[in-house]
Design a protein around this ligand. Structure first.
Ligand code: CA
Length: 251
């Protein structure tokens, strides 16, 4: 295989990124092996859940692409087992009918998911986003006074001072709105389910109605998005939850 690369798509500095592809449908395996290899990934294939865990034990992977419906051991079981041992990024591959399993997968620690059918370009974008998030884990860094700061997209959050700066101007967020934005930005690129967000912001004894979350999301969008009707940073994942998309400023 030629190592010659097109010098673009340089989001991740490492030369080759090793991916464990867990998929039992031959047509997907073939297409992904070709597509991902040409995008600069090293692809190892496992065709069922048991094989996936064996490969995982023997190899060293930067990312796992994990089909939900697998022979011998389900994608959920594989995800749970790997998560018990490792923080390696996991992207679940699901069918439309598996929405409930998708929510479970995110709750047991999958980082993101894609729904079949998907385009290679979309998948690769998700993979890069998850890797970027991991590389930037603790984008939250200290500022000159040692206060914790997260800066992504148009937004700079000064966590200790509880200040939010959007496109260079300080904006006002209420307490829970700030908490919501902080949690989403700390997990940028990753889908957070409604349940997780409500639990983390309001606590597990929350008894209000679930619209409260949507109201807060709406207010945060009005504050941070250039066009709140077409949000570019705070993204809705239908039926599941929300995700913050924002490239680190230091691109
Ligand atoms: Ca399958």
């Amino acid at each position: 295989m030629s190592e010659k690369k097109k010098g673009k798509s340089q989001a991740i500095p490492q030369a080759r990124i090793s991916v464990l592809l867990v998929e039992d449908e031959e047509s997907f395996v073939d297409a992904l092996q070709i597509g991902l290899t040409s995008e600069g990934f090293d692809v190892t294939i496992a065709r069922d859940g048991v094989e996936a865990l064996q490969e995982f034990d023997e190899g060293s992977f930067d990312l796992i692409l994990l089909d939900m419906m697998l022979p011998r051991l389900s994608g959920l079981d594989v995800c749970r087992t790997i998560r018990g041992q490792s923080d390696v990024p996991i992207i679940m591959v699901t069918a439309k009918s598996e929405e409930i399993d998708t929510v479970v997968a995110l709750e047991i620690g999958a980082d993101d998911y894609v729904t079949k059918p998907y385009r290679l370009r979309e998948l690769v974008a998700r993979m890069r986003a998850v890797l970027r998030r991991q590389a930037a884990e603790g984008v939250a860094s200290g500022d000159e006074d040692g206060f914790e700061v997260i800066e992504l997209g148009d937004v700079r959050l000064e966590l200790d001072r509880r200040r939010a700066i959007v496109r260079g101007e300080e904006v006002h967020l209420r307490r829970k709105e700030f908490d919501l934005l902080a949690i989403l930005m700390e997990n940028a690129g990753r889908v957070l389910t409604r349940e997780v967000l409500i639990d983390r912001i309001w606590g597990s004894d929350y008894i209000g109605d679930t619209k409260t979350l949507d109201v807060h999301v709406k207010r945060v969008r009005t504050t941070i998005e250039a066009d709140p009707k077409s949000p570019l940073m705070l993204t809705t994942i239908r039926g599941v939850g929300y995700r913050f998309d924002g490239k680190p400023k230091t691109d």
